[in-house]
Design a protein around this ligand. Structure first.
Ligand code: G6P
Length: 360
């Protein structure tokens, strides 16, 4: 087993470190200059769809929330996202004009498979995003695209998640091109550079380990963000809960004043993500409200945001706002990892959780 961990003390840390490589593998062959190439989907007439549904469970659901945000902005198609166990029982309004995208690392999650079968029955065009070759989802979906994360052993998903984000971004740009929507060529160039950015962020592991120290004696932690950053913090909170057992909640920053602010007291840790230029200043002003109540804040943003008085501020590289979820995933994974280590938790096999949930 030690050999399989390749010198790392856990699979989770190994898999976090594999991300530059597997993101590169997921991009490989799919970008030709400024054109996204997904030949398996070339037969689809995207102009026939009037809406897009994203469906998944767990971390893959969070990837869907990001993917939906990106696809809606890139294609201007109305987009819905739902957890598979809700979708299948909610009598969704879907038909042959609905494109349904199902995301599953294992390709075996029972609720996701049942949701996919329902969409097939209702005549939708179904695309699966899977990581395991030949998995059930790839046989049941009309079309399948694979992430190239390789085997993911740690129960808490890391590299599968970021490769899903990358593939969903490619898919969004691909559909936008097919619908003759304007494509941001700079964003496509930066997509190619993501492995390099991710590698540089991983080098700052010690900084994220020092942030985890703030959680040493905490039972709770609050994550806030807006827009795409809200999807990112949902995943950050899930990661922390899964591996460290610190109770973590993610809130839309603008909702803080409608309840969660009541929970902030001196020493409460608030992790904020503010990467979206149109709302970053708003999130930072929400952070100031938590600081006024004594919170210890960790902020992920860019260096052009004025964040006076925030000691634990990490500046992410400047990339197109649609690409930031991949970058911010790395520190949030490493904070969860180091908090779990500090607390002595079994990082790779959290209690009560399974890698693949094949029962309902
Ligand atoms: C389980 C795993 C999660 C995963 C979820 C969905 O809960 O512990 O890490 O995100 O299932 O799995 P899937 O294989 O469908 O992506």
């Amino acid at each position: 087993e030690a050999a399989q961990k390749n010198g790392y003390d856990t699979y989770m840390l190994k898999e976090i470190n594999e991300q530059p490589h597997v993101i590169n593998e997921t991009l490989r062959g799919r970008l030709d200059g400024h054109t996204v190439t997904l030949p398996k989907l070339d037969g689809i007439d995207f102009s026939t769809f009037n809406k897009v549904y994203f469906v998944a469970c767990g971390t893959a659901y969070h990837a869907c929330l990001c993917g939906a945000n990106i696809l809606e902005k890139a294609t201007k198609l109305p987009v819905m996202t739902q957890v598979a166990s809700e979708f299948r029982y909610n009598d969704p309004i879907i038909d042959e004009h609905t494109l349904c995208i199902f995301v599953s690392q294992s390709g075996e999650t029972a609720d996701t498979l049942a949701a996919l079968r329902l969409a097939n029955k209702k005549g939708c065009t179904t695309i699966a995003i899977a990581n395991v070759l030949g998995s059930t989802i790839s046989r049941d979906a009309k079309y399948t695209l694979y992430t190239a994360a390789g085997p993911e052993i740690a129960v808490a998903s890391t590299k599968a998640y970021t490769t899903q984000l990358v593939l969903l971004t490619l898919l969004a740009f691909y559909i936008a091109e097919r619908l003759n929507k304007p494509i941001d060529t700079k964003a496509l160039d930066q997509l190619k550079d993501l492995p390099m950015y991710v590698e540089n962020i991983i080098k700052d592991e010690d900084i994220f380990a020092s942030y985890a120290e703030l959680l040493r004696n905490q039972h709770d932690c609050y994550f806030i963000g807006r827009s795409l950053d809200y999807a990112s913090v949902l995943e950050g909170a899930l990661k922390l809960k899964e591996v460290s057992y610190v109770h973590a909640d993610a809130y839309i920053a603008g909702e803080l004043k409608h309840g969660p602010i009541a929970l902030i007291e001196p020493g409460t840790v608030v992790i904020a993500v503010a990467t979206q230029p149109n709302v970053a200043a708003k999130t930072i002003s929400n952070i100031q409200e938590t600081i006024a109540r004594g919170a210890d804040v960790i902020l992920f943003t860019t260096d052009d945001q004025d964040a006076e008085g925030i000691k634990n501020k990490y500046n992410l590289p400047h990339v197109d706002p649609l690409l930031t979820s991949v970058l911010v995933a790395i520190p949030l994974q490493l904070i969860a990892y180091h908090t779990a280590k500090i607390k002595g938790a079994d990082v790779d096999k959290p209690r009560n959780l399974a890698k693949s949930v094949t029962v309902e």
